[in-house]
Design a protein around this ligand. Structure first.
Ligand code: UDP
Length: 318
């Protein structure tokens, strides 16, 4: 049995739980810390009899020590605009206090460390597509600032532990990602549209629908994380799909994949909603040999079962 041991903060979340699966598949022992603020036990239910897996319900804003680990994957944070607007102060705390605590564990055990950062570091970007060298256009006092500035601070603390304590750090800037285990009600565009289409309700496009996002299927995203974790790159790396869609195109693709006859309606654009977002992934291609493989339509088809089942379960609970 392998002796490699990793701790995943936020491992009960959408991306954290898929990361746990990937680490277990690569022979790691995995311990998850999660306070279940936005994560869910259901995301880890399939691992309950896995001897190399352990779950601890814990808020990492308090110092923690789970014994010796070789890798710290710091993924704890609310991450959807709806979640971080409801949980603004916990978002700021986990990005700051939680990050110090995660880095202290890496420092103590001489473990490597990889943190999930975000394309939100670029704000409403004036450079397009966004390269890692772009410093961003972030509103430090707007409603999204609780997340954007928390993650920018997370990056600053991470670089400081590298400079002052020689911790071996990695920073991944994650762009819009979708797939099974997304929360139905986190307000993000893919779960919203899938839920609305499958229920035959109108799809709610915010603004005129010409704002863009680029959507990465979860298995591609996780592959990027693992490659980065094994590389020597300590400066931030964008991991996201460079194929850009307008939100209206995304709605039309959801209608096609679900075969739904729902209409599209228009609602007000939330404040500070970025007009465009698309990663420049030259660095990931060159350094990691990484390239996303799954296009939006294929990824939505792969996610269909999950959303159908989740909706049925939700209906049976009500
Ligand atoms: N959006 C939309 N309808 C919805 C949910 C979101 O038009 O029901 C838009 C939202 O305004 C944004 C884009 O879809 O322009 C992506 O939103 P999401 O909340 O998924 O994440 P973001 O990229 O803004 O962090």
């Amino acid at each position: 049995m392998s002796s490699k041991r990793a701790v995943v903060t936020g491992g009960a979340g959408f991306l954290g739980s898929h990361l746990c699966d990937a680490l277990l598949a690569e022979d790691w022992n995995v311990v998850v810390l999660d306070n279940l603020l936005t994560g869910r036990r259901a995301n880890l239910a399939h691992l309950q009899h896995e001897p190399r897996f352990e779950f601890v319900e814990k808020d990492i804003c308090e110092p923690f020590d789970v014994g010796k680990v070789d890798y710290v994957f710091h993924f704890a944070s609310p991450a959807s605009p709806v979640d971080y607007s409801i949980h603004g102060i916990p978002t700021l705390k986990v990005g700051s206090l939680g990050t110090f605590n995660a880095l202290d564990v890496a420092h103590k055990y001489n473990a490597k460390y990889l943190v999930s950062s975000t394309s939100e570091c670029y704000g409403d970007p004036l450079e397009h597509p966004q390269k890692e060298t772009y410093w961003g256009n972030v509103n430090s006092i707007g409603p999204r600032s609780v997340y954007d500035e928390a993650k920018r601070f997370t990056e600053a603390v991470t670089m400081a532990y590298r400079r002052y304590h020689k911790v071996e750090t990695r920073i991944v800037r994650i762009f819009n990602t979708y797939g099974p285990r997304m929360q139905l009600n986190d307000g993000r565009v893919v779960p919203n549209f899938m839920k609305q289409a499958l229920r035959g309700e109108p799809l709610t496009v915010y603004g005129d629908g010409n704002q863009t996002r680029s959507f990465c299927y979860v298995s591609d995203e996780i592959d990027g994380f693992l490659r980065l974790s094994k590389s020597d790159e300590f400066m931030p790396v964008n991991i996201g799909n460079p194929k850009e869609f307008t939100i209206l195109e995304c709605a039309q693709t959801v209608l096609k994949v679900t075969g739904s006859k729902s209409e599209i309606i228009y609602e007000p654009l939330p404040p500070d909603d970025p007009k465009q977002r698309c990663p420049d992934i030259t660095k990931a291609r060159q350094l990691l040999g990484w390239e996303p493989r799954i296009d939006l339509e294929t990824g939505l088809r792969k996610s269909l079962d999950y959303f159908q089942t989740a909706l049925t379960q939700e209906a049976s609970i009500k």
